[in-house]
Design a protein around this ligand. Structure first.
Ligand code: GLY
Length: 374
């Protein structure tokens, strides 16, 4: 670690102390957003279910605190009930079982965790639409709704479960499916300026592209910062697993867009492309996700190109620690000022568990823990 990164040790100390404290109240549950200082606990089928156990595994890897391990294992076991409830599963099985079962298997070799993660990978494969080469995102949110043609950029972070499954089993089907989805993303989601669409709708029968939708960003042509962050990290991970230069080039292009749109404090607004009359809230979670992607990207590019991504990743995490971190003891979240869903006016200035998770993953990486759970 360089001299300038002394803050990382302080940050890690604050994180481990705080997680020791908050884990006593949160326990083996599934926090999403913190309100009035306390994390709201969700049902285990919600897409964010993996982040708290994933965070516990990140801290456990360093501290070997058995209490945190037991909570992470208990969360993983609670997810079993969801894995057999077909209607409650969507494409976010990747997020959910990578940060629970894959993490557990990678850290401790647990065979039951491997079985769970392979089952999740098979279920995720089952959502692949062969006509349009996309993994279907969601099930109907309301009775009768047809969203069988919907693909979203976030799914780039679900692909590592498939890459991992191919590596574990030697069966190339999982990786082949992930690559086809990633190729579809290159063609349909990444704009020439490096910004990305959140949602693209296809005709599920013919596979042809119908339209782009605004989703959690402002509008179809705006630039939702968290979607941009999912793209940076997800494309870099696709390069990591396949060695295909096209994914690396796309990751760099999206990273340049992201970095060049950061404000002075290095933490992104919720959307980078807004009408002048909208006072954009920050989304600290987008910063944390992007930082992890940028730090991995820095390790993948040639040496001359590396500092720009490394420095940006470090600056974002430093700002999250110093300007957005809450170390007071009155708040369960680690990182303040996340925006979950601005168009639905949901959690627009709150700590979010995925912001906390990626912040901790980024710190762990700066501390030398480079083995990926993804
Ligand atoms: N995957 C949903 C989100 O980023 O909010």
């Amino acid at each position: 670690m360089t001299e300038q990164l002394n803050w990382v040790n302080d940050a890690w100390k604050q994180v481990t102390q705080k997680i020791n404290r908050t884990s006593k109240r949160i326990g083996a549950n599934f926090p999403h957003a913190s309100e009035n200082g306390e994390y709201i606990l969700e049902e285990p089928q919600w897409w964010t279910a993996g982040f708290w156990p994933g965070l516990l595994w990140q801290v456990y890897r360093d501290t070997k605190d058995e209490t945190l391990k037991e909570l992470a294992v208990e969360c993983e076991e609670k997810l079993d009930a969801v894995q057999h409830q077909y209607y409650r599963l969507d494409h976010d099985m990747g997020f959910m079982w990578t940060l629970t079962s894959v993490a557990h298997y990678k850290l401790l070799g647990n065979q039951e965790s491997k079985r769970r993660a392979l089952l999740a990978a098979n279920l995720l494969m089952g959502r692949f639409n062969v006509n349009g080469n996309y993994i279907r995102a969601w099930n109907p949110w309301t009775a009768g709704e047809d969203n069988s043609g919907i693909a979203i950029i976030d799914c780039m972070m679900n692909l590592p479960l498939l890459y991992w499954a191919s590596e574990e089993t030697g069966d190339p089907r999982f990786k082949g499916t992930a690559r086809r989805h990633a190729d579809m993303v290159l063609e349909n989601f990444i704009r020439s300026d490096g910004s990305v669409h959140h949602i693209v709708r296809f005709d599920p029968e013919s596979g042809s592209r119908i339209e782009a939708l605004g989703g959690q960003g402002h509008s179809p042509n705006s630039a939702w910062s968290r979607g941009t962050a999912w793209a940076i990290y997800g494309l870099t991970l696709s390069f990591h697993y396949t060695g295909e230069a096209k994914y690396l080039e796309a990751a760099k292009k999206v990273a340049h867009f992201f970095i060049s749109h950061l404000s002075k404090d290095f933490v992104p607004d919720w959307d980078f492309r807004l009408p002048a009359d909208i006072d954009a809230p920050k989304d600290s979670s987008a910063g944390a996700i992007a930082a992890c992607g940028l730090l991995l990207l820095a390790d993948k590019v040639i040496a001359e190109e590396s500092p720009v991504y490394q420095r940006a990743g470090e600056k974002i995490l430093e700002s999250l620690y110093k300007n957005y971190g809450d170390w007071t003891g009155n708040e369960e979240g680690l990182v303040l000022h996340g925006t979950s869903h601005f168009p639905e006016r949901k959690y627009m200035d709150n700590p979010l568990i995925y912001g906390d998770y990626y912040f901790v993953e980024g710190l762990a990486r700066l501390n030398g823990y480079k083995e990926l759970f993804w």
